[in-house]
Design a protein around this ligand. Structure first.
Ligand code: F2R
Ligand code: MG
Ligand code: MG
Length: 347
C-alpha cells in the first residue's frame, strides 16, 4: 500500500470534492438521455471545447447531487461528531431555498414531512415512503464524498455515519448498501498512489470482501441474495473482457445506468476502473477526464454516475489531474475547494 503524505492527502480531498462537482455539472445536461454514436461524438467535442483555454460558455449549474453533498460537508465541518437532526435541517433548508435543482419526488416528500414534524424524529418520514419499503434511489450514495473523506481512517465510524446520513431520506437496504459501497471505493482510492497503476483485481476483490461483511450482516438477506456482490462479479467479468470491443450495452444491461443505487453505484466504480486504460471513441490523455466523459457517455443518470465516478477519480489522482479550464466552467468550483480544505482541517 502506498504511503500517502499530508500534501497528497489534501490534494486527494480537493480532487474528490471537485470531481463530484464536475461530474454533476457536466453530466446534468445529458441526464435521462440514451447515448448514440452521434451523441458520444457531441460529448467528445463538448469536452474538447470546455478544456480549451479561451472557450466561453454559460456556467454549468450543479444539481441536487451537489446541493446535498454541500449539506453533508457543512454538517461535518460545523459538528464533526455528527448530529443527524442538524444534517436533516440542512437538507431541508437547502431544498426549500433552491427547490429547482432536479430532486427526486420521494426526497421532496420526505423534506416536507420533516419540516411539518419539526424534525421530531428525523428517521421516521423516510421509513414511511413507498409503503414502508423506503427509497432505493441513489440519493444516499451521490452525497457520501465528505463522509468517505472525513472517516477515511475509521471504518466503523464511516459505516455508522453513512448508514444514518442515508436513512434520513432512504431506508431501503439497496440505497444504504450502495452508499456504503461508494464510500469504501472512495476510501480505497485515497490509499492509492496516483503515479502507480491500479491493480484492478485487488481493488475489486477488496470491495467484494467488504460487501460480503455488509450483506452478511443483513438479517433479511437470503444466502443467494447478495445483490452488490453479484454486481461486483459482473463488473470484474466485464473488465476482463476484450477492451477493444464495445461493451457499453453489456455495462448498461448488467450494471445499469438508472437512478437506483444498485443500478448506478457499481457502474460508477466500473467507469472509474475501465477508464484507467484508453477507451475507443474517447480521445484524451487525461485520465480524470476519461473517467467522467466515459460515465456520461453511457447515458441514463449521467449527472449522478459521473459525479460518483468523478469523486473516485479525484480521490485517486488528486486535484492536479483536473484540467483547470474545465473546472472553471462549473458553478461553485471555488467554494468547493474551500469545502475540501475545511474538511481536511477538521480531521
Ligand atoms: N430526480 C432526478 N432526475 C429526474 C429528472 C430531473 C429533471 N432533469 C429536472 O431537472 O427536474 N435526479 C436526481 O434524483 C436521483 C437521486 O434520487 P433520490 O435522491 O434517490 O430520490 P428518490 O426520490 O428517493 O428516488 C428517485 C426515484 O426512484 C424511484 N424509487 C425509489 N425507491 C423506490 C421504491 N422503493 N419503489 C418504487 N420506486 C422507487 C421513484 O421514482 C423516485 O422518485 C439522482 O439521479 C439525482 O440526480
Ligand atoms: Mg442530480
Ligand atoms: Mg441524477
Amino acid at each position: 500500500m502506498a504511503k500517502i503524505d499530508n500534501i497528497l492527502l489534501k490534494s486527494k480531498f480537493r480532487g474528490c470534492m471537485l470531481g463530484a462537482l464536475l461530474g454533476d455539472c457536466l453530466g446534468a445536461p445529458f441526464e435521462g438521455e440514451t447515448m448514440t454514436a452521434g451523441g458520444k461524438l457531441i460529448l467528445q467535442k463538448y469536452f474538447d471545447k470546455l478544456e480549451g483555454p479561451y472557450f466561453r460558455a454559460p456556467i454549468k449549474t450543479y444539481t441536487d447531487d451537489t446541493a446535498m453533498t454541500k449539506s453533508v460537508a457543512k454538517s461535518l465541518i460545523d459538528k464533526p461528531a455528527m448530529d443527524f437532526k442538524f444534517l436533516a435541517k440542512l437538507f431541508v433548508k437547502e431544498y426549500f431555498s433552491e427547490p429547482k435543482r432536479g430532486y427526486g419526488q420521494n426526497v421532496i416528500d420526505v423534506f416536507a414531512k420533516l419540516r411539518r414534524s419539526k424534525f421530531e424524529d428525523v428517521f421516521k418520514p423516510a421509513k414511511e415512503q413507498f409503503g414502508g419499503i423506503g427509497s432505493y434511489g441513489n440519493g444516499g450514495a451521490m452525497r457520501v464524498s465528505p463522509l468517505a473523506l472525513y472517516f477515511h481512517n475509521n471504518n466503523e465510524g464511516a459505516i455508522d455515519a453513512v448508514t444514518k446520513a442515508t436513512q434520513i431520506t432512504h431506508t431501503h437496504k439497496d440505497a444504504i448498501n450502495g452508499a456504503l459501497l461508494q464510500t469504501m471505493a472512495i476510501q480505497q482510492c485515497l490509499k492509492l498512489d496516483p503515479v502507480e497503476k491500479i491493480n484492478l483485481q485487488e481493488f475489486t476483490d477488496s470491495l467484494i470482501e467488504k460487501m460480503k461483511k455488509i450483506e452478511t450482516n443483513e438479517e433479511d438477506f437470503e444466502d443467494d441474495e447478495k445483490p452488490y456482490q453479484v454486481k461486483l462479479i459482473y463488473l470484474q467479468q466485464i473488465l476482463k473482457s476484450n477492451a477493444d470491443c464495445d461493451v457499453d450495452d453489456d455495462v448498461i444491461r448488467l450494471l445499469g445506468n438508472d437512478i437506483s443505487a444498485l443500478g448506478s453505484v457499481p457502474t460508477a466504480i466500473y467507469c472509474f476502473l475501465r477508464a484507467q486504460k484508453d477507451i475507443p471513441g474517447i480521445r484524451t490523455d487525461n485520465k480524470f477526464r476519461r473517467c467522467v466523459q466515459y460515465a456520461i457517455s453511457l447515458g441514463g443518470d449521467t449527472d449522478t454516475i459521473a459525479s460518483m465516478t468523478g469523486s473516485l477519480a479525484g480521490a485517486y489522482l488528486g486535484e492536479e489531474y483536473i484540467n483547470e479550464h474545465i473546472i472553471k466552467h462549473c458553478e461553485y468550483q471555488k467554494e468547493m475547494l474551500e469545502v475540501a480544505d475545511n474538511l481536511f482541517a477538521v480531521l
